[in-house]
Design a protein around this ligand. Structure first.
Ligand code: FES
Ligand SMILES: [Fe+2]
Length: 419
């Protein structure tokens, strides 16, 4: 349980709030580079700030205020130039650093006033890594965009999946350190959704949570498992500060504002051996729905949609004064304590947990991966089809509803299977 003040402290993400300032110390994924193949501008809301993400004609990404500093027109209806983004109202042009490069009328009517030198638009650094567009809203110097090990893997088909989830980010992230829900929310609920008489899945018998440099590892023993099982020996990762990492995919919970979260998945599927060497030309990105258009209820057919049901069900901002934590929630308690410590750390001028500044370390940051062999060495199609995790992916995209036909097609072509 948290008191009301602590609940507010951990859930508010606006600029100037303690948690908002802490989250601004990290790069956040806000889009995919492939979204900008046919579009050049996208409005973005990130941690309560309304922004405009664009790719100019030279191919450079920029992230600036949603509103023009002249008379507040919507920059997401502007247009890009060779360098920067131009407001469509009176043509002021801004570069990615926020400098005003042109004020077409002022430049002619009163050039000596050098008005544009006094004007700046709020602008934030943007970088691209692994097909994702990352933004940094914190103080300089910015840390490095983490180069997680899977971003360096070859012979994989990657897809990026978004969902707009109407609740606060923290309840989404607490799910990243809650292994028990896997048994009930995914296994047993899916059994019941498919067949009311189905048998429940093996129960969890033992859980462990260990903090490490880049997050918290959680480990589990379920009925029928030995202590040699990779789920106990290696486990899975609640990745700092706002992601889950399972080995083949990352799920970031990016705060849009206090009441909405952008779910961003980066999912790697190793191609079968006979398809190697395989180089993906373009990483596709798609947005999945959370609500069933026919029934008006939340979608429950896919793994992450089931998670969304849990998160949204806790309320727009979960009221943690009403909760009753048990021993299964030890990881959640650990996560909250660590955030509170990090809030203090940044107030003392220190870097928070998992800040990466050393380029040598960032060449490739390895993480605990229970399924390492399958992902880094590959398998034949037959082995993959027999593998409990491989099979699901061969037959359908199990994580989220709404995969577009063309992505399924590209996936099937990469894997060498029928659609
Ligand atoms: S409002 Fe943007 S140029 Fe005038
Ligand atoms: Fe889950």
């Amino acid at each position: 349980m948290l008191d009301q003040a602590k609940n507010q402290l951990l859930t508010q993400v606006g600029r100037g709030t303690p948690m908002g300032d802490l989250l601004r110390r990290y790069w956040m994924p806000i889009g995919a580079t492939s979204e900008f193949e046919n579009e050049s501008i996208k409005p973005v809301r990130l941690m309560g700030e309304d922004l405009t993400l664009y790719k100019d004609m030279r191919g450079t990404f920029g992230l600036v205020d949603r509103h023009c500093p002249h008379r507040c027109a919507d920059m997401s209806y502007g247009f890009v130039e060779q360098c920067g983004l131009r407001c469509n109202y009176h043509g002021w042009l801004f570069d990615r650093d926020g400098r005003c490069l042109e004020q077409p009328y002022e430049d002619v009517a009163q050039p000596e006033a050098r008005f544009r030198e006094k004007i700046r638009i709020t602008a934030y650094p943007v970088q691209t890594t692994a097909g994702l567009i990352w933004a940094y809203l914190g103080p300089e110097p910015a840390p490095l965009v983490p180069n997680w090990e899977p971003f360096t893997w070859k012979n994989g088909f990657v897809q990026i999946v978004f969902a707009d989830v109407p609740c606060n980010w923290l309840q989404c992230q607490e799910n990243s350190v809650d292994p028990l829900h896997f048994e009930w929310m995914h296994m047993n609920w899916s059994v019941r959704l498919a067949d009311k008489g189905g048998k429940y899945s093996p129960r969890h018998l033992k859980l462990a949570f260990d903090e490490f440099d880049y997050g918290i590892v959680y480990r589990r023993i379920r009925e029928g498992m030995s202590e040699n099982d990779p789920m106990w020996k290696v486990g899975r990762v609640c990745l700092w500060p706002n992601a889950l990492f399972t080995g083949d995919h990352f799920e970031w919970r990016v705060p849009i504002d206090d009441e909405r979260t952008l779910s961003v998945t980066w999912c790697f599927s190793r191609v079968p051996k006979h398809r190697e060497p395989y180089a993906q030309e373009q990483i596709p990105a798609w947005h999945g729905p959370v609500r069933d258009a026919e029934t008006g209820r939340w979608i429950s057919s896919h793994v992450m949609n089931q998670d969304f049901v849990a998160w949204m069900g806790q309320g727009t901002i979960a009221d943690r004064t009403r909760e009753h934590l048990g021993t299964s929630d030890a990881g959640i308690i650990m996560l909250r304590h660590r955030f509170l410590k990090d809030i203090e750390a940044i107030m003392c001028g220190e870097d928070p947990k998992a800040t990466i500044r050393d380029p040598e370390i960032n060449r490739c940051i390895s993480l605990p991966i229970a399924e390492r062999k399958r992902l880094t060495e590959g398998m034949s199609l037959e082995e993959l089809a027999k593998h409990p995790l491989g099979l699901g992916q061969l037959t359908d995209y199990v994580f989220q509803a709404g995969q577009p036909r063309e992505v399924r097609k590209a996936f099937a072509a990469a894997m060498g299977i029928k659609e």
